[in-house]
Design a protein around this ligand. Structure first.
Ligand SMILES: [Cu+2]
Length: 148
């Protein structure tokens, strides 16, 4: 009996430590530095942002963006095609029959390039004009690099 009463507080203590570790919030980066990006495209905008929608990438980074059809909850099919004119990119038609389109490019130079929906009569078209890929160059961090 004596042994149990000594061990029990230790055991409870270990449980408290374990649950405290488990409750630590997961890391949620404010923007993605590398790897694949996923962007929902719907009548409500890119990731439901009707105005400006910004992706942050680094100069020289291989950028992969998967555009995902987000109008599956809508009463009608609402096709979109995303264009990134500065990179000469045009996706296939995104709709209920083709829900994902992936594009890849190397981020060049630095500054902002725009992307948008090219189907002007889609529902919510004006919410899909504010896509921006913001390319961070070396110059943003330190001086002395040659400008392109
Ligand atoms: Cu559209």
């Amino acid at each position: 009996m004596q042994k149990v009463s000594i061990l029990l507080p230790v055991f409870v203590g270990l449980l408290v430590v374990a649950s405290a570790c488990a409750q630590q919030p997961p890391e949620t980066p404010s923007h993605q530095e590398t790897g694949a990006l996923r962007v929902e495209v719907s009548r409500h905008g890119f990731n439901k942002s009707p105005g400006e929608f910004r992706l942050e990438v680094e100069e020289g980074q291989e950028v992969e963006i998967t555009f995902v059809y987000g109008d599956g909850d809508f009463s009608q099919n609402n096709p979109h095609t995303i264009i990134i004119p500065d990179y000469g990119i045009t996706t296939g038609i995104l709709d209920e029959n083709n829900r994902e389109e992936t594009v890849r490019f190397i981020a060049k130079g630095h500054g902002e390039v725009t992307f948008m929906c090219a189907i002007t009569d889609c529902v919510g078209h004006t919410n899909l004009l504010g896509g921006i890929v913001d390319v961070h160059g070396e110059d943003d961090h330190e001086a002395g690099e040659q400008h392109n």
